[in-house]
Ligand binder design. Structure first.
Ligand code: ADP
Length: 548
């Protein structure tokens, strides 16, 4: 802690709340600019909706959501249409205030007419979401999972997931929602901060009993009952990667505004808390993403009536200490330096009694060649020899890169598992919005801004040659004004101009105009390719003129 400020720059800055806690120009910060805003309930729902519109099958792990108050009539309308087409559908919805946490202000409704419109909804926007009525229960109780995810880098994208997490239990046996039990928070909401106040909350020193347990203890129980735990993990990994892919466009806009390319600035990483619910068929559903997950390893206990004390919580300690320790190990600048020097030294001495440098070449399933240069302890080198697939090589190489260099430096193996770029190929087609965001960023012009002005939008249209006799520059201006005015009237942002999400709406509108018969994601992809090609052409021309 530096209550009086710092004099020397640091390698790693650990901020309590946000990127802006300090003015920093080097090193690494444990927060990304704009993360808190990007994972707020409304912004997250919007980003997920964009991805659901583009890739409906891939993003069906996020419950259908509407934004209040602006989409109230759409919500009423859509629910009525769905009920008309399936009269047996008896849905429940959960209303969650934007920016709320710890279950604050959340309530369940059976009918859109039950939304509390008086007072708060106008001043405090919210998300209304389909309520998952059939969650997986354990000991008759509803529970959710808190998983810790390290976003180690945005460009290139690097994601790690902690191998263990927490499971937080309700404290009243679960029943499907009825008008009678809708208000019973201890039955429907899994928040620790709420359930701790229930007389039924069980503090336990064991990680597999009580109202807060490790996720691994849940997996053990599921596996003992024959559940396919491997499949569940791979679905969770895919949910995490897809969610982060949905968030990266917005994060990149904030990033360039705070840390402009080419200027001295820090790099960022961040630990995120993913809240996930399992359905009875073990399908994971994303509830929300927390930018500042609690890292407390103590809990409060009422030692005598009205007197509270902090006591250690073994479950929290088991999971959270490992997450922070391994985050520091992964971002440790010294580790990077020592690895590089070791490699250089070893290259000069190719084979030694204990170490050798080897290049492993392997073909993956698509017959693409990969090579991996490693300095290995001999016994690991031999172990690699038995690997059958690229996957196995990575597993072994991860293990040996973490292997202690000397007995004194022994640390437990990493609890953080790299999932991206490891599985990048499977998800590359979903990164379309990153390319649209890159177009947006290119035309932002003034450094430090996150919004596109009318001139920037016109230049984008002109440079990408998107205007023609059917779509005049006057129509371009009208499109800009219409969309920007609507987004700004939602009153979310202070700065004037076109935000990324408004640009995305305009871009989709242009794509629909230009390519009538294709599915939406193909339309957007086609338009993105056209813009990129024309901008690259323009860039080449400018280089030639510049030389001339
Ligand atoms: P908060 O940030 O206030 O904790 P959450 O979105 O995490 O808000 O919701 C609080 C709790 O409500 C969750 O932990 C979960 O138990 C329950 N919940 C939230 N959304 C849903 C949903 N769509 N279906 C079922 N339960 C939900």
């Amino acid at each position: 802690q530096f209550p009086l400020g710092r004099r020397l720059p640091c390698d790693i800055y650990w901020h309590g709340v946000s990127f802006h806690d300090n003015n920093i120009f080097s090193g690494q910060v444990n927060k990304f600019p704009g993360m808190t805003e990007t994972v707020r309930k409304i912004t997250l729902s919007r980003a997920m909706r964009t991805m659901q519109n583009l890739f409906p099958e891939e993003y069906n792990f996020y419950p259908r959501s509407w934004i209040l108050p602006e989409e109230l009539s759409l919500f009423v309308e859509e629910v009525r249409t769905m009920k008309d087409s399936d009269p047996s559908w008896k849905p429940t919805f959960i209303v969650k205030p934007d920016g709320g946490c710890q279950g604050d202000g959340i309530y369940l409704i059976k009918d859109p007419g039950d939304i509390r419109l008086t007072g708060s909804i106008q001043s405090r926007p919210a998300v209304v979401q389909e309520y998952i009525c059939k969650p997986l229960l354990m000991d008759e109780l509803k529970f959710d999972i808190r998983l810790y995810v390290l976003l180690k880098s945005l460009e290139p994208l690097e994601i790690y997931i902690a191998k263990d997490g927490l499971s937080r239990f309700c404290t009243e046996p679960y029943q499907e929602p009825t008008l009678k039990n809708l208000h019973q928070v201890f039955m429907h909401l899994t928040n620790y901060s709420l359930n701790i106040h229930s007389g039924n909350f069980i503090h336990s020193d064991s990680v597999n009993t009580g109202s807060k347990r490790t996720f691994s203890s849940i997996l053990c129980r599921l596996s003992s009952k024959g559940a396919d735990v491997k499949k569940l993990w791979s679905e969770i990994i895919s949910l995490v990667i897809k969610t982060i892919i949905a968030l990266t466009p917005e994060l990149k806009v904030y990033y360039q505004s705070d840390i402009p390319a080419g200027k001295p600035g820090p790099t960022c990483f961040q630990i995120l808390g993913f809240d996930i619910l399992l359905m009875t068929d073990l399908k994971p559903v994303l509830l929300e993403v927390n930018a500042n997950p609690s890292m407390r390893i103590e809990h409060e206990r009422e030692s005598s009536p009205g007197v509270f004390e902090n006591v250690p919580s073994p479950v929290d300690e088991e999971v959270k200490v490992a997450v922070i320790r391994d985050t520091l190990r992964l971002v440790d600048p010294q580790k990077k330096k020592s690895k590089d020097t070791q490699l250089i030294w070893l290259t000069e001495h190719p084979v030694d009694e204990y170490f050798c440098v080897c290049t492993i070449s392997m073909k993956d399933k698509q017959h693409k060649h990969h090579s991996l240069k490693l300095s290995l302890k001999l016994k690991f080198y031999l172990k690699l020899g038995s690997c059958q697939s690229l996957e196995q090589v990575w597993e072994v190489s991860e293990e040996l890169l973490d292997a202690p260099k000397s007995p004194g430096a022994a640390l437990p193996s990493l609890c953080l598992k790299q999932v991206f770029p490891k599985y990048a190929n499977e998800f590359s087609h979903l990164r379309l919005m990153d390319r649209v965001a890159a177009l947006f960023i290119r035309f932002l012009g003034v450094r430090g801004t996150t919004k596109l002005g009318p001139t920037g939008f016109r230049t984008f249209i002109r440079n990408c040659r998107l205007s023609n006799s059917n779509f005049s520059m006057a129509a371009v201006d009208i499109l800009y004004i219409d969309i920007t005015r609507r987004w700004n009237s939602m009153g979310i942002e202070k700065e004037s101009g076109m935000c990324l999400q408004a640009f995305v709406e305009a871009f989709f509108c242009l794509a629909r105009k230009k390519y009538k018969s294709l599915p939406l994601h193909e339309k957007v992809l086609a338009l993105t390719c056209v813009c990129e090609r024309r901008l690259a052409g323009l860039h080449r021309k400018r280089l030639v003129w510049g030389c001339g």
